[in-house]
Design a protein around this ligand. Structure first.
Ligand SMILES: CS(=O)(=O)N1CCC(Oc2ccc(-c3c(C(=O)NC[C@H]4CC[C@H](C(=O)O)CC4)noc3-c3cc(Cl)c(O)cc3O)cc2)CC1
Length: 380
C-alpha cells in the first residue's frame, strides 16, 4: 500500500516540476554570484531548479522507445534519476538551517557520484538494444535526439552541483585555485589549455604509434595583438573538446602518413574577435568524405563493444565512445559550437567556437514540452 502511495506521490511531483521550464544562467551570472556567494540563496534556487531540470529530462526518459527503456542499463539510469529526484524532494519545504545546508551539500555530492557513469551505462543500453532488437531509422533518430538532450541536461545539472559544492562544500581535496570561481576560470588562458590537451593526446599517440605529429600554434588577437587570448570559461569543458580533437587529428595523420619518415604537424589557430573565440585544429590526415561526417556524431554508429582493456593494453587513440558528440554538446552548452570541415584526400579542420562575452554565454537547456514529446511520438 505504502509503495503505491509513494509511487503516486513521485509521479505527481514529476508532473508538478516538469511544468516549469529550466532557468538558464549565463556564465556571467555564475561568476557574479560566485564572487559574493550566499549559500542560502544558492540552496533556495537549487532545491527547485535541480528538480525542475531532472523532471524535464525524466519525462523524456519515460517517452523513450520501450525496447531501449526495457534494457537493463537504460532501466538502471532511469532508476538513478528517480532516486536523485526523490533525494532532492526531501528539501522541498524545509526551514533553512546550517544543518540542512550541510545535508543538502552532501546530497548533491551523492547525486553527482550516482550519475558518474551515465554516459557509459546508456552506451551499454544502446548496445543491448542493438543486440536484441532490430533498430529502424525512426528509433535511431529518436535515440540521437534523446541522448543529445540527456547529455546536455546532465552537463547543466553537474555544472549547478559543481558550482554549489565547490563554493560551499567542505571537500578538502579541492585544490581551490584562488582565481577560479567554482569550476570557472575568469581568465582562462586558451593557449595553455590547447598545449595541455595536445601534450596529453601526444602521449597516447606516442604509446600507440611510437611517433606523433608536432604542434604549430598561432594566436590572432583582433583588438589587442600582443595580449594573450583569455575567456571566461570552464577549463575542464574546453580541455575535453580539444583533447578529443587532437586525438582524432593525430589518429588521421598517423594512419595516413604513418609509413613515412616524418609526419606533417597539427596546426592550432586561436583567434579572438568581438563576438567569438575560435580554436581551429587543422591536420593533413587524409580527410573524411562529407557523407561520413554526420556519422562521427551518431551515437548508434559509434556504439560498439568496448575493446577489453586486457586484450589491447594500449588504449586506441580515438576509440569507440562519444567523445565527439559530447564535445559538441560542451561547446553548444554555453552558446558555442564545434564544426568539422573535412576535405577528403587532404585533411580536416575542426573549429571550436566560444562566446567571447560572458554575458552572451547562456546555458542552452533542453525543455520538455509538447514539441519535444511530439518528436518521440512521431519517431517511435
Ligand atoms: C564517435 S567518437 O567521438 O567516439 N569518435 C569520433 C572520431 C573517430 O575517430 C576518427 C578520427 C579521425 C578521423 C578522420 C579521418 C579518417 O579516418 N579518414 C579515413 C580515411 C583517411 C584517408 C584514407 C585514405 O584515403 O587512404 C581513407 C580513410 N579523416 O579525418 C578525420 C578527422 C576527424 C575528426 Cl572528428 C577530426 O577532429 C580530425 C580529423 O582529421 C575519423 C574518425 C573515433 C570515434
Amino acid at each position: 500500500m505504502r509503495t503505491t502511495v509513494a509511487v503516486r506521490n513521485i509521479s505527481k511531483m514529476l508532473d508538478h516540476f516538469s511544468q516549469y521550464n529550466p532557468s538558464p544562467l549565463s556564465i556571467k551570472q555564475f561568476i557574479d554570484f560566485g564572487r559574493n556567494p550566499c549559500e542560502r540563496t544558492s540552496f533556495t534556487f537549487l532545491r527547485k531548479e535541480l528538480p525542475v531540470r531532472l523532471a524535464n529530462i525524466m519525462k523524456e526518459i519515460h517517452l523513450l522507445p520501450e525496447n531501449l527503456l526495457r534494457t537493463p542499463s537504460a532501466n538502471l539510469v532511469n532508476q538513478w534519476y528517480a532516486q536523485s529526484f526523490k533525494d532532492l524532494l526531501k528539501f522541498k519545504d524545509l526551514e533553512v538551517s546550517d544543518k540542512i545546508l550541510t545535508q543538502f551539500c552532501e546530497s548533491l555530492i551523492m547525486i553527482r557520484n550516482r550519475h558518474s557513469d551515465t554516459v557509459q551505462t546508456m552506451a551499454q543500453g544502446v548496445l543491448e538494444l542493438k543486440e536484441n532488437y532490430p533498430v529502424d531509422q525512426q528509433t535511431e533518430n529518436s535515440i540521437q535526439y534523446f541522448l543529445d538532450r540527456l547529455y546536455m541536461s546532465r552537463i547543466s545539472i553537474r555544472m549547478l552541483i559543481n558550482q554549489h559544492t565547490l563554493l560551499f562544500g567542505t571537500d578538502l581535496n579541492v585544490t581551490s585555485n584562488s582565481r577560479h570561481v567554482g569550476s570557472i576560470d575568469p581568465n582562462c588562458d586558451v593557449v595553455s589549455i590547447v598545449r595541455d590537451a595536445y601534450e596529453n593526446a601526444r602521449f597516447l599517440c606516442d604509446q600507440y604509434y611510437l611517433a606523433s605529429p608536432e604542434l604549430q600554434l598561432f594566436e590572432h588577437n583582433r583588438n589587442m595583438p600582443n595580449a594573450p587570448i583569455q575567456v571566461v570559461y570552464v577549463p575542464s569543458h574546453l580541455y575535453h573538446m580539444l583533447f578529443e580533437l587532437f586525438k582524432n587529428s593525430m589518429r588521421a595523420v598517423m594512419e595516413f602518413h604513418g609509413d613515412k619518415e616524418t609526419v606533417p604537424p597539427v596546426v592550432a589557430n586561436i583567434s579572438l574577435g568581438n563576438e567569438d573565440v575560435c580554436i581551429k585544429v587543422s591536420d593533413i590526415g587524409g580527410g573524411i568524405a562529407r557523407s561520413q561526417i554526420e556519422l562521427l556524431f551518431n551515437y548508434m554508429y559509434s556504439t560498439a563493444p568496448q575493446p577489453s582493456k586486457s586484450a589491447s593494453p594500449t588504449v586506441p587513440l580515438a576509440g569507440y565512445g562519444y567523445g565527439l558528440p559530447l564535445s559538441r554538446l560542451y561547446a553548444r552548452y554555453l552558446q558555442g559550437d564545434l564544426v568539422l570541415q573535412s576535405c577528403e584526400g587532404f585533411g580536416t579542420d575542426a573549429v571550436v567556437y566560444l562566446k567571447a562575452l560572458s554575458s552572451e554565454a547562456n546555458e542552452l537547456l533542453p525543455v520538455f514540452n509538447k514539441t519535444s514529446s511530439r518528436f518521440y511520438k512521431t519517431t517511435i
